[in-house]
Design a protein around this ligand. Structure first.
Ligand SMILES: [Zn+2]
Length: 136
């Protein structure tokens, strides 16, 4: 989700608008940040792969909450579902085994955008999975 905050402009010290968020860019999760000062015209844009930088991500989590990717069931083909979870979330065999033994279970927490991104990637690899984004 996009987050908009006001910060002091490094150029003229007026309040400026800072807008940032995460995007689902297909294979990757990406983030973007734009700062614009209407007083002096100062403007910057930046972006990157993966999660937001920690200081921005903390603000996002405060504003929009921590979300969980909740696994309800593995569906008809548990081995395929577990393989997808291991690959998409980059988990160890041990961690995947712990998840398997504790279903229904939270498999990941993060921002809503992160959770929706991983949910989509998991369902692409295994549409039998029953997984939900839930507020934590
Ligand atoms: Zn300014």
């Amino acid at each position: 989700m996009a987050v908009e905050i006001q910060q002091r402009c490094p150029n003229c010290e007026a309040q400026m608008t800072v807008l940032f968020g995460e995007r689902d860019s297909g294979e990757e999760l990406t983030w973007y940040l734009s700062e614009t000062c209407s007083s002096c015209g100062y403007a910057t844009e930046s972006d990157g792969y993966d999660q937001l930088p920690d200081n921005l991500r903390d603000v996002e989590l405060q504003q929009n909450g921590i979300w969980s990717l909740f696994l309800i069931s593995l569906g008809a083909n548990p081995a395929v579902g577990l393989k997808a979870i291991k690959a998409v979330l980059g988990l160890s065999y041990t961690h995947v085994a712990q998840i398997r033994d504790s279903i229904p279970a939270t498999v990941k927490t993060g921002t809503l955008s992160e959770i929706q991104f991983y949910q989509r990637r998991l369902l692409e690899q295994c549409d039998e999975l029953r997984i939900e984004a839930r507020p934590n």
